[in-house]
Design a protein around this ligand. Structure first.
Ligand SMILES: Cc1cc2nc3c(=O)[nH]c(=O)nc-3n(C[C@H](O)[C@H](O)[C@H](O)COP(=O)(O)OP(=O)(O)OC[C@H]3O[C@@H](n4cnc5c(N)ncnc54)[C@H](O)[C@@H]3O)c2cc1C
Length: 301
């Protein structure tokens, strides 16, 4: 089996998961996984992985990730327990890298704290959001970052300011190194008045997203990044007449052309073929080269 090496080496540390159950596309074969519940456990696990030369990657909610249907030979590290907790101290929010972003955004709204309402429908972890600089409706997480605590692969811990995270559009310094986002402090603001206005805003955002996005089918959000110049990817793809275009079980959504739906039984190779077909077709029609926003698991090492 593809994941045998890690399991044979340390059956007490790792267990086998089906990646399809850990990604929102519902695609992916088997892999070895390590669920870690504290900073100490994580440091110990990373030390072991480095010593054993086993490839590894931190997986959040897999909402921006395509995992190979054949499975993966590396170890998927899952941040659980203390690493997924969050707490508020006045307007400051401290969250572990494995914390669920929409839940935190919801709690912040109920507390009358603004700054995170844009994230109520972004179905990832806070670590994944920092890594991707996730955003919506003109806001992104980088705007509220006070501090990010990271574990470097050499075992050292560092506290980074927002400036040192080098955030850009859906990008951060973490895409260029293999540091782990342990936790973060986010600065929110008192909304003033009651929390009901923020809660209404959150409800409106969720309703809008239900109308605009194909949330009925497994997907990974926007597949392509917005080009520097030119129309959004959804418009470029739609203008090529590709809505509803299928490759195996993967289909360009008829609701939003920048989404690929798993209509049932899609494989990672179906999705990749569709992505390549879209890139070629859009390039021929508009001269614009679309770039992927979604990440490939096997690319991460
Ligand atoms: C229905 C839907 C709607 C979406 N809408 C939006 C949207 O409006 N705006 C937007 O920006 N995105 C959106 N997304 C995409 C996705 O939710 C975000 O990119 C999210 O931030 C990814 O978080 P995750 O925990 O799922 O990361 P994953 O997909 O698990 O991982 C993404 C990358 O982050 C890395 N990573 C995750 N956690 C850590 C960590 N603790 N330390 C280091 N690296 C880490 C992984 O290794 C991987 O490279 C949407 C997705 C879906 C399915």
């Amino acid at each position: 089996m593809i994941f045998d090496r890690a399991i044979t080496m340390a059956p007490d540390r790792f267990h086998v998961i089906k990646l399809a159950e850990y990604t929102t596309w519902g695609i992916g074969g088997s892999a070895a996984a390590a669920a870690v519940n504290s900073e100490e456990e994580l440091i110990d696990t990373i030390k072991f992985l480095s010593k054993s030369s086993l490839p590894w990657v931190v997986l959040g909610r897999g909402s921006n990730m395509l995992a190979p249907s054949e499975g993966w030979h590396g170890v998927v590290v899952l941040l659980k327990g203390q690493l997924a907790e969050f707490s508020f101290n006045g307007t400051l929010l401290t969250a572990g890298g494995g914390a669920h972003l929409p839940s935190i955004a919801g709690v912040a709204c109920s507390k009358g704290l603004s700054g995170l309402v844009f994230a109520v429908g972004i179905p990832g972890t806070t670590g994944g959001a920092i890594f991707m600089n996730a955003g919506a409706y003109g806001s992104s997480i980088s705007e509220i970052v006070e501090e990010v605590k990271v574990l470097h692969s050499n075992g050292s811990i560092e506290y980074l300011t927002a400036k040192n995270c080098h955030f850009g559009y859906r990008s951060s310094v973490f895409q260029k190194n293999d540091s782990i986002i342990l936790s973060m402090v986010l600065g929110l603001s008192e909304a003033g008045g009651s929390s009901s206005e923020l809660r209404r805003e959150a409800k409106d955002i969720l309703q809008l997203r239900r109308q605009k996005f194909p949330l009925h089918a497994p997907n990974a959000g926007s597949v392509f990044r917005r080009p520097d110049n030119g129309p959004p990817p959804g418009k470029l793809i739609e203008d090529c007449g590709l809505k509803g275009y299928k490759q195996g079980g993967a289909m360009i959504s008829t609701i939003h052309a920048n989404f690929i739906e798993n209509t049932g039984g899609a494989t990672s190779s179906d999705v990749m073929k569709l992505i390549e077909y879209v890139i070629t077709t859009v390039k021929q029609a508009s001269g614009i080269t679309l770039r992927r926003e979604i990440r490939l698991l096997e690319e991460m090492i």
